[in-house]
Design a binder for this molecule. Structure first.
Ligand SMILES: [Zn+2]
Length: 135
């Protein structure tokens, strides 16, 4: 059954499947609004000076495993504000356009390579077990 809910960000009424509501606390008319809401709620505008200061003191700082686990837990699965959402074609294009031509540092590129490798390995592993099951 579809129920009428109100977008947390703009107040527009939208129709959502009832089962969708059981896994999300807040409803949004679009992924963009979910994102805007999240950004608006957790970050306060601060001056350029403050930003530079924060950025300087955080650069190169490695968070403890405990902190990282906490953050990870908080933003994983259905805790992620974007959980169950998908970017629209339009926003996908915008993201892609924004990132085109952006040069990643050597460290970032190395990290991306490692992640890709890890993903490939786990994918291959899953594929193998699937094939074994099929045989
Ligand atoms: Zn909205």
């Amino acid at each position: 059954m579809k129920v009428k809910v109100i977008c947390e960000y703009c107040g527009k009424s939208i129709l959502r499947w009832e089962y969708e509501l059981t896994r999300t606390k807040n409803c949004f008319c679009s992924p963009e609004h979910a994102y805007a809401w999240r950004i608006g709620r957790h970050t306060q505008p601060c001056s350029e000076e403050t930003k530079t200061k924060i950025s300087k003191s955080n650069t190169g700082k490695i968070q403890t495993q405990e902190t990282r686990n906490k953050i990870s837990k908080k933003t994983k699965g259905k805790n992620n504000p974007f959980y169950g959402c998908k970017h629209t074609e339009k926003s996908r294009r915008l993201i892609s356009e924004k990132n085109t031509g952006k040069k990643a540092t050597i460290q970032t590129r190395q990290k991306m390579r490692e992640t890709k490798l890890r993903f490939n390995n786990s994918f291959r592993g899953r594929l193998r077990s699937l094939i074994i099951k099929l045989i």
